[in-house]
Ligand binder design. Structure first.
Ligand code: AMP
Length: 283
């Protein structure tokens, strides 16, 4: 394949995987929606360390968007994405499939009761989002049959849900979680950042500053006091806070009172029209 080529059908991708499988045993899969940045690349680096065959999908999955404008405005930069991957991982196999093939009739997603994991945070504000995520990830796993799949901690609730699905449906895939990549100031890298002006990127730093401040104060202030201060900081910024939730990272149970357990704080906020999410382990 030359630098700008990629697979559009799973049949041809499978043949390519098979020819490499003859030499090595494992397949590492990085699902993405494109508009790639160093966060995505860090997942590929992890996969590359673990496996000889790296498969990357680039597919903006309509079923996980509850807001049609968000779907329409989602950045699409396929040619640049393919070049970026190929320059860094010349042997990577890239698939940019059609909707019809991902959601073909021959794959039957059984559906999954997420046991409330999808009722809070992203699930509360983006109804149906996680059923869409589970559906596409399930179908991609069936089509690609990876040994391991790599996900970013940036989408904290997504990771918990995918791990839960893999366990409940006994999918033979090892889920690996990679740390959040940030810019020098601390803003979490995101494809959606392409829609932010320089000023908005500056304004959006209130998210990481708040998370970082809470991490330093968790042993000194109550959850309520942390919340009040951060809500105030957002109110005096140009961002609109959608949620600020403290959860137990093991089961996403919401934490109202800190009593020495692990706590992750998750935030969603609008910067202009762009919805940003981030999270940090506080202790
Ligand atoms: P997306 O293209 O936004 O669906 O993301 C594809 C994968 O990249 C998901 O597993 C994300 O969690 C992960 N990801 C996105 N942003 C980052 C980041 N800043 N650091 C690490 N992983 C990320």
């Amino acid at each position: 394949m030359d630098q700008l080529s990629y697979y559009t059908s799973f049949k041809s991708l499978k043949d390519a995987i098979q020819s490499q499988r003859n030499a090595v045993e494992r397949v590492g899969f990085v699902p993405t929606m494109g508009a790639l940045h160093q966060g995505h690349i860090s997942l590929m680096e992890e996969a590359h360390k673990d496996h000889a065959i790296l498969v990357v999908s680039i597919f903006v999955n309509p079923t996980q968007f509850n807001n049609p404008i968000d779907l329409e405005k989602y950045p699409r930069t396929l040619d640049e994405d393919v070049l970026l991957i190929k320059n860094r991982f010349p042997n990577a196999l890239i698939i940019s499939p059609d909707f019809e093939e991902v959601y073909g009739e021959d794959i039957h997603f059984p559906g999954i009761d997420l046991n409330g994991l999808d009722q809070i945070m992203e699930g509360e504000f983006r109804p149906g989002h996680f059923q869409g995520v589970c559906h596409v990830v399930y179908n991609l796993f069936q089509l690609i049959q990876p040994d391991a799949a790599y996900f970013g901690e940036k989408d904290f609730q997504q990771v918990a849900i995918i791990k839960y699905m893999v366990e409940q449906l006994h999918l033979p895939v090892h889920v690996k979680v990679c740390p959040t990549k940030r810019n020098e100031q601390g803003l979490a890298l995101s494809s959606r950042n392409l829609r932010l002006s320089d000023q908005q990127k500056e304004d959006a730093l209130v998210i990481y500053r708040s998370l970082h401040w809470m991490q330093s104060e968790i042993h000194h202030l109550s959850i309520q006091a942390l919340k009040e201060k951060v809500v105030q900081d957002f109110a005096s910024s140009s961002l609109t806070l959608e949620y600020l939730v403290f959860v137990d990272p093991h089961n996403l149970a919401v934490i109202e009172t800190y009593s020495g357990q692990s706590v992750t704080c998750c935030i969603a906020a609008y910067c202009g029209e762009v919805r940003l999410i981030d999270n940090l382990s506080l202790c």
